[in-house]
Write a protein that binds this ligand. Structure first.
Ligand SMILES: [Mn+2]
Length: 337
């Protein structure tokens, strides 16, 4: 089904629902919160009852988003009000590659068994196939950009409040337009948001200052290890599983959260001047080495290199996985089997 048809179908599903539960991934980032805030406004404008949930929401970050205080972060409060199937007839999951990351996997499966419908808006690569209507576009910068497409396809009035949501999500997931994921369509969506009156200064202030301590420490170590291969003009860095476990203090970080974290870091590293590309290697929890490749402005395209290493992706942002471990030698890091 082409994207436009899917987006129109999604709006029809929202219109025919009465009580909608909106869910994003746990510890929601700006894109997840913005997507929820926008979908909530749209559902309310259709006269629906809405409940919004994202486990462990940070109560301070992005608190200017419309309806921010209506986003419930406490699992117990979500459960309090009784049987799900009676309370909701549609669940919309946003910005969440895996069902587990909703923190509601059992509840959602149960809800579907009882005839409830689930819809998904996302830009992550697929993990679980569960939604009755899946709207997944990994080419887009953010779920918020997808929501913008949803607004346009259904001729929903693009209010200033919706514009704030769309711009916040895009800026969060593109590192303020710095990552290669910010394509032409992203820029057009952002300019539409600005034209609709989005509060640019306020939003940028938030999206620039949203890095938590764990992220900054990981970035710090990656920067410290940044190494230049003068022959190929590639800057690279490595993070071992031991580094990641030590800094995050989490033994089993879920793979979607981890891939968000490292794609942000790879995007940030792609701002290094004077090199053609960057490569970030880290050990994942399955004993594989994940590689993220990003081309720098004016650098070379990285999709072919990724494919040569058994991976894939886009011209400016690609990746691969290798079996093995990272080991430190006297002068450099090597991949061993
Ligand atoms: Mn996102």
């Amino acid at each position: 089904m082409p994207i436009k048809e899917r987006l129109i179908k999604a709006y029809e599903m929202m219109r025919s629902a009465h009580r909608i539960l909106l869910v994003a991934h746990l510890r929601p980032d700006g894109d997840a919160l913005s997507s929820l805030a926008a979908l909530r406004l749209i559902a309310l404008s259709l006269g629906k009852e809405v409940f919004v949930f994202a486990k462990d929401k940070n109560k301070e970050l992005f608190d200017y988003l419309p309806g921010f205080t209506e986003i419930e972060g406490d699992y117990d409060n979500l459960q309090k009000a009784g049987a799900w199937r009676e309370r909701f007839d549609l669940i919309i999951v946003a910005d969440c590659g895996s069902l587990a990351r909703t923190a509601l996997a059992d509840e959602i499966k149960d809800f579907q068994k009882q005839g409830g419908k689930v819809m998904e808006f996302d830009h992550h690569p697929p993990v679980d196939d569960y939604a009755d209507l899946e709207i997944r576009y990994p080419d887009l910068s953010s779920t918020s950009e997808l929501i913008y497409n949803f607004i346009v396809a259904n001729k929903i009035t693009f209010t200033r409040e919706l514009a704030d949501c769309v711009l916040t999500g895009i800026l969060t997931d593109t590192g303020n337009f710095l990552y290669p994921s910010a394509g032409d369509a992203t820029m057009r969506a952002s300019s539409a948001a600005l034209e609709a009156g989005a509060h640019y200064a306020k939003i940028v202030n938030y999206t620039l200052h949203n890095k938590d301590m764990v992220m900054i420490r990981l970035w710090g170590l990656a920067l410290e290890r940044l190494h230049l291969n003068t022959r190929y003009q590639i800057a690279s860095s490595v993070l071992t599983r031991a580094d990641i476990n030590k800094i995050t203090g989490v033994k089993n970080m879920d793979s979607a959260a981890e891939s968000d974290l490292f794609s942000g870091l790879a995007g940030f590293l792609s701002n290094v001047a004077g090199v053609k590309a960057i490569m970030l290697l880290y050990e994942d929890q399955q004993g594989m080495i994940k590689g993220s490749l990003r081309s720098t402005p004016g650098g070379f395209l990285v999709d072919k290199l990724a494919r040569a290493l058994g991976g894939g992706g886009h011209e400016r942002a690609a990746g691969f996985a290798l079996a093995g471990k990272l080991e430190k030698r006297a002068k450099s890091w090597v991949v061993i089997n």
